[in-house]
Design a protein around this ligand. Structure first.
Ligand code: HEM
Length: 398
């Protein structure tokens, strides 16, 4: 049924969970085709999903995809190795290991801990500037996360509006709207080259400067890899974290007792963010893998050369793994959700996303009398398979 409904994905995006429950019940991977023509076998059970994410027989390199799949993915650097497409999400070890080593030093707990006061103060300032009727996505989560990403990467303040627009277009194409992706990709490609050139001349204390130093220091990073990695870091952390804040707020508003609980016990924020991530995975499906040999999943043997998608949002609600999975329980123990993936491709920015998520949601719950300003049915959703979340969240408070 997800298969038939995907062309008009709109209806599923606000609540895909009943469809996932049906798919999980059988356990067998189900072939789905996207509007773009990309297709894959959906893996929905928690145990199968976790195993698939770390299985070395499953490649992330789209050159292992079937020819018609590669044709549909052409020109999309998250699914195609050409252009800006040689990065962490399209490579396997040992290539992946080498690329990851170049950036991982920047995402250590110690280094990120230094960013925490700045993130908290940015969240406080943005929250203080909100007035009733404000949109918590456009007026709060988006500027907060774009500021964080641009600071970490060293993107000048003047370029942030362009960056926000391009990255939004790259990860989400909305049905019924002209496809803004090719133009945004061209603009982002030109921008990334210019940015790298600028950092080469005047390095700063940022990730891009560190990658350039690594690239120029021997041959640890080729020029294509450098530009692709800058592209990946620019796009991977923005809409995803905005999705976490948007979905987290949405869930708290839909479950007033959870909102009250967090207000009364702010010390629960770390656990609460994990539970909100489990309850609604911002990255719903964008976890392509390709079978290098026949692989058995959910009682079915997928032949070599098949594309599959790990449905993180479905796995996180698997009743075989999580008790009462549809209920957000902010004190849940043993919450090994898969929202940041698992295995060698585990999200590089997970700690950063958590810092932003905690700072943002701590401010959101402090807004007194917080409520949605529009009926829930009127909310518009990001309809891309990469990131799920409300496109805007107009609220009243005070
Ligand atoms: C990988 C989710 C924020 C950078 C991933 C993966 C997931 C994910 C599920 C694994 C994909 C796969 O296995 O196919 C999220 C979510 C976020 C978030 C839900 C926010 C709530 C960030 C941030 C950054 C980032 C803030 C960077 C600044 C990356 C990178 C990878 C990745 C570079 C590739 C890692 C690799 O392949 O080794 N993310 N992410 N993400 N994420 Fe995140």
């Amino acid at each position: 049924m997800l298969n038939e409904m995907l062309p008009g994905y709109e209806g599923l995006v606000a609540d895909p969970y009943p469809a996932y429950a049906d798919l999980r019940a059988s356990g067998a991977p189900r072939l789905v085709t996207m509007r773009s023509g990309l297709y894959g076998w959906l893996v929905t059970r928690y145990d199968d999903a976790r195993a698939a994410l770390a299985d070395p027989r499953l490649s992330k390199d789209p050159r292992h995809a079937p020819a018609d799949w590669r044709e549909a993915g052409r020109g999309r650097p998250l699914e195609d190795r050409s252009g800006l497409g040689t990065h962490l999400l399209t490579t396997d070890p040992p290539e992946h290991t080498r690329l990851r080593r170049v950036v991982s030093g920047f995402f250590t707990p110690r280094r990120l801990a230094r960013l925490r006061p700045g993130i908290e103060s940015a969240a406080r300032t943005l929250a203080a500037g909100l007035s009733p009727g404000a949109d918590l996505v456009g007026d709060f989560a988006s500027p907060l996360q774009s500021g964080v990403i641009c600071d970490v990467l060293g993107v000048p303040a003047a370029d942030r509006t362009d960056f926000q627009r391009w990255t939004a277009a790259v990860v989400s194409s909305e049905p019924g709207e002209p496809d803004a992706r090719p133009a945004a990709l061209r603009a982002l490609g030109a921008y990334v080259s210019g940015l790298a050139e600028g950092k080469r001349r005047a390095p700063g204390d940022d990730v891009i400067s560190a990658m350039i130093a690594a690239a120029d220091d021997g041959d640890r990073l080729g020029e294509d890899e450098l530009l692709s990695m800058i592209f990946l870091l620019l796009v991977a952390g923005y809409e995803t974290t905005v999705g976490l804040v948007g979905l987290g707020t949405y869930t708290l508003l839909r479950h007033p007792s959870a909102l009250e609980q967090l207000r009364a016990r702010p010390e629960l924020i770390e656990q609460a963010v994990e539970e909100l991530l489990r309850h609604d995975s911002p990255v719903e499906l964008a976890t392509w893998r390709f079978t290098l040999e026949p692989v058995e999943i959910g009682g079915v043997v997928l032949p070599a050369g098949q594309p599959l998608l790990v449905a993180l949002a479905a796995a996180n609600r698997d009743p075989l793994r999580f008790a009462d999975p549809d209920r957000p329980d902010l004190t849940r123990q043993d919450n090994a959700h898969l929202s940041f993936g698992h295995g060698p491709h585990y999200c590089l920015g997970a700690l950063l996303a958590r810092l932003v998520g905690r700072a943002a949601l701590a401010e959101v719950v402090r807004l007194p009398g917080l409520a949605l300003a529009v009926p829930v049915e009127r909310l518009r959703w990001r309809a891309s398979l990469t990131v799920r979340g409300p496109r805007e969240l107009p609220v009243t408070f005070g």
